[in-house]
Design a protein around this ligand. Sequence first.
Ligand SMILES: [Zn+2]
Ligand SMILES: [Zn+2]
Length: 272
Amino acid sequence: MQIGQWAEAPLLAALIFVPLERLWPWRRQQVLRQGWTADLAYVSVNGLFVWLGISAVLVAATAAQRFAVPAGMTAFVSKQPLWLQTIAALMVGDFCLYWAHRALHRNSVLWRFHAIHHAIEELDWAAAYHSHPIDVLILKGAAAGSVVALGFSPVAIGIYMTIYGWVSLVVHSNVRVTAGPLRWLVSSSAFHRWHHSNEPEARDRNFAAIVSLWDFMFRTAFLPAGRMPRIYGIDAGMSLAYADQLLNPFRMHRRASGVESPNMDRIAKPAT
Ligand SMILES: [Zn+2]
Ligand SMILES: [Zn+2]
């Protein structure tokens, strides 16, 4: 299965988001931010790593569907109309992703991988690609693995993954998107910007990718009215080179790795 392959076509994404970020930006930024060559590597190299890993997750999920999930449940799921399966797959997949994302923040070893994504200090559409392959594997594995294991139709899963890919681009983009009165239900770039903020009150908040309801339900939502984050990133520095970022989580010494867990007494950056 090509998980969100089309949705993540970077050239198409660039054609859509570069003009939109000029027209309705949250703030003025350069088209190519610092370290954009690493983004290029993430786009071209990450795909292979992630494809290999996701294939293994899907094989395991298919086995789980056969041997661990009650046959009555998968039969019930597969009998539902496509529209209902798509909505249910999106809700279930995003619910599992929410908890996987919390684990990436909570566990200091997992945080080493996820910190690569959080080190970005200027958010834009390309930030959606800027993640360590193991980080992507955990999040996509939770989202896709859960819905495969429960027996949703491949078409419903394909639609959900395509929506996930596009929403990821939107929420990372520097395009002014809010969910208005539906902010308690649906994610937006305003919502995810707070997730990337390095301001103390916003840390470890807004984990959902699509359904912000999970954050409101589990009291991890942070979306103050009338203001936006001033600073993004993590306290520790991060090399801009792709190879360094790829190897960073495996370096044993915390100081040398330049990565700190959000639960390790991070010191707030001075507001600038
Ligand atoms: Zn995160
Ligand atoms: Zn993000």
